[in-house]
Design a protein around this ligand. Structure first.
Ligand SMILES: [Zn+2]
Length: 476
């Protein structure tokens, strides 16, 4: 241990930068984003425009915010390498107005966001998951236990939108999205597949595939080797599960997937199950982070994009306003960048980040395939918004296209064209409405979601540790 005490980080950083070899490496061999000069700052500011006017009458009636948290912990201090994970994803519903009730055909009162006892009592969905050295349900290894646990969680009754109907599970919503998948594992061309079947790219055991599975509660088996297969294997999270190391990165991926799935889940409830288009047009969603799915389940981004576009098209056909889905970023490269340019940007300004700007000022590396930024991962456009009172928000709205190859349109240019986002005024009004002195550069629903789902190490984490111990001891 070369350093001791709380100054270790600073001392080491200082030494590293002073080291001549490192200095040469940085200055002569590396390209990286540097803070903008005065001239660059002015050039950047000139690209920001005065946003469309705010209009309180545009505010949605209701707002749903989803947010997750996770904890990976050892189940016994004496066995630090035996680990369990907890993922919690909470949703909060905020009533923007005195709720008069929504009526569907036949005059029945419907409250889509009673939505599943999920949030009736502001309860988060909790998903305990096996990690290093824990075999779930007697499976041979951590990976297979993890697969079984993920499938059971997403199919479980706690996610059903309609009591007694397993076809309303979060896993069923995954089937609905998979039916819009394109490419090799698509059900049919252009994602018009059967929403009760999906294809796993390969059997995790024998590696043969694709393997088709159905949205049924029964255990399904690989037709080639007879091993168990699960519909949620299509997320390919299992590929990154380790038998002996921390699986926190996998749990994080799972958490983010559930956050995005939940948005589609609620929309599906209001649209398919309740047929309440008007309620959808009066609703907004806040998601934590960019509108993107990274990693092995990145294909989901395309399905989400297609799904949201299909719903919006339907809404517009019927004369309703578009869905409002807002991804709010509180950290990351864009937020770091915003801190550097804040002083150059006047209040009440908006900018849709285009690829050139991003690769010049925000990211050092370009997409290796030469495609537009986020080609394999993003389903929404990032905006930077400085409010009239000077707070800066980084948020995203879904791309207004069904796919990244819209007919007769250059997607790369069109995605950053502000005029293509008719819901922009509503989004800004909503952000402005929730702008809060209490949470600097945060939005209340997200803060609320945090409050209801956050797993803190003290004292909540301790409670969870106790729960884990108890759960495992019962099995031992
Ligand atoms: Zn197999």
């Amino acid at each position: 241990m070369p350093y001791e005490g709380e100054f270790a980080d600073k001392a080491s950083h200082f030494d590293i930068v002073k080291n001549p070899e490192v200095a040469a490496f940085l200055n002569e061999q590396c390209d990286f984003i540097k803070p903008p000069s005065e001239a660059e700052g002015k050039a950047i500011a000139a690209r920001f425009v005065v946003p469309p006017p705010l209009d309180e009458s545009l505010l949605p009636r209701r707002v749903i915010a989803t947010d997750g948290s996770l904890l990976e912990t050892s189940w016994d201090e004496q066995l630090p390498s035996t680990r369990i994970g907890y993922v919690k994803v909470g949703s909060v519903l905020i009533d923007m107005q005195d709720f008069q009730g929504l009526r569907v055909r036949g005059g029945r009162m419907v409250d889509p966001f009673k939505v599943a006892a999920l949030e009736r009592n502001k309860d988060a969905l909790t998903f305990p998951l096996p990690s290093a050295n824990v075999r779930f349900m007697g499976k041979d290894n951590v990976r297979d236990g993890f697969r079984a646990a993920v499938d059971a969680h997403l199919a479980s009754e706690k996610t059903w939108l309609v009591p007694g109907n397993p076809r309303t599970s979060l896993r069923s919503t995954l089937f609905v999205l998979a039916s819009r998948r394109q490419g090799r594992y698509a059900g049919q061309p252009m994602g018009t597949g059967d929403p009760t079947k999906l294809r796993i790219h390969k059997c995790p055991d024998c590696g043969q595939g694709p393997v088709e599975v159905a949205d049924i509660p029964e255990q399904q088996y690989c037709p080639h080797c007879g091993s168990e297969v699960y519909p949620t294997d299509c997320l390919r999270l299992w590929e990154e599960v380790s038998d002996y190391q921390s699986n926190e990165a996998v749990f994080r991926r799972f958490m983010l997937i559930v956050e995005h799935l939940l948005v589609a889940h609620y929309i599906r409830f209001a649209y398919e199950l309740e047929g309440s288009l008007s309620s959808l047009s009066e609703l907004a969603f806040f998601v934590d982070g960019p509108l993107a799915i990274h990693g092995t389940a990145a294909w989901l981004h395309g399905s989400l994009m297609a799904y949201l576009h299909a719903i919006n098209t339907r809404l517009e056909e019927r004369g309703y306003g578009r869905l409002l889905v807002i991804g709010l970023q509180k950290s990351g490269a864009v937020v770091d960048h915003v801190r550097l340019i804040d002083r150059f940007i006047p209040n009440n300004r908006l900018f849709a980040i285009d690829d050139d700007y991003r690769y010049t000022y925000i990211r050092a590396g370009k997409d290796p395939s030469g495609n537009t930024f986020g080609y394999e991962t993003y389903y929404g456009q990032d905006f930077i918004y400085k409010t009239p009172s000077g707070r800066v928000f980084v948020f995203a709205l879904p791309y207004p296209f069904a796919s990244k190859h819209p007919e007769g349109v250059d997607f790369k240019t069109a995605k950053a064209d502000i005029s293509r986002y008719p819901e922009l005024s509503r989004a800004l009004t909503l952000i402005h409405h929730f702008e809060s002195d209490l949470y600097e550069n945060a939005v209340i629903p997200v803060a609320l979601a945090h409050r209801y789902t956050a797993i803190s190490l003290e004292p909540g984490g301790r409670v969870l540790n106790l729960l884990t111990n108890r759960a495992l001891e019962q099995k031992v």
